[in-house]
Write a protein that binds this ligand. Sequence first.
Ligand code: TXA
Ligand code: MG
Length: 358
Amino acid sequence: MQYRKTEVLVIDPVHPDQANIEHAAVLLRAGEVVVFPTETVYGLGADALKASAVERIFAAKGRPFNDPLIVHIPDEAALEQLTSSIPIQARQLAQVFWPGPLTLILPRSPLVPGLVTAGLETVAIRMPRHPVALALIRAVGSPIAAPSANRFMHISPTTAQHALADLNGRIPLILDAGPCEVGIESTVLDLCSPVPTILRPGGISFEALRTVLSEVQPPPQRVGTTLAVDREKNRSPGQLLTHYAPTVPLLLFDGATEGMRAAMLEEVQRRLEQGERVGVLVADEDVAPFLENGAVVLSLGDAAAPEKLAETLFARLRSLEEANVQVILSRSFDERGIGLAIRDRLLKAAGGKVFRSC
Ligand code: TXA
Ligand code: MG
């Protein structure tokens, strides 16, 4: 799908201008795709009940058809038409966390096109809390299917500029409401498995879900490898890792802060000496020692403020890509609260492997 130009329309994030909303809604009603802000990341939306419109999402992103989409709704009443039954747990969770960054996997109704659910008997549903998203879904008068508005396998966009960088010329319109508040995608919770289980950690923490549903299970342990940093042999960790899916390989370091920092510094130094262009992702407290050696050093913020770390993570990863580094070395962070989602995204970027300093 080629468009001569992708229009970027600035819109107030708190009190969206109705004329701008209507401009986007006209496109969506006509079966087009539109990028719009949510509180988590920007989404690439289409009318969820029109298969031909949903097909355009996959085309614009280059996403395979076997990856199902989240359907965004404006109110709980919309659950009726999209599901074949609504478990009591869904009602309990919706009451506390909707609108917000929680996606529920529910039994689908036949009204939902198979393209949206990738042929599954379940459907992913969430009610976003961003005023622009809610106003848009209401104006369209139909639920909106939307994945993150990035090219397939790339980092989710937390600004309109990120979405434009990935989708320019492939979509007609982006609504630009500034940076996303949460910065990391919604938590996906499976309510169709025997025990409610987190499939993807995200904006609503495991601990918060447990306060409402004590039986909620954390995401299944990632099959990953922990690699000890072998300083004596000065082994190159990069050679043992799979590639960072987007464009730059990422090496994730773990362990107590001091040891982790020392291992990272050593590896940074070694790579710089080999003439590599190295990117470093750390917290404010780690920055100083890295500044002296010529690496591109970016901080996610105060390590003790996980919400802030989550908000900046994807933007920093994109900045490092744009700085043309050949490798990114990242520290890891506390796993509590939204920290679990941060770790999940860093682990994915690292191909599931972690260097644990002892
Ligand atoms: O915060 C978010 O969730 C953002 C915004 C735009 O709402 N959307 C988002 O969508 O991250 P996407 O497509 O990038 O990720 C959706 C995730 C995928 O991991 C997909 O496999 C999973 O939800 N998913 C969708 N439908 C599912 C289903 N029926 N069963 C299991 N997983 C499903
Ligand atoms: Mg995505």
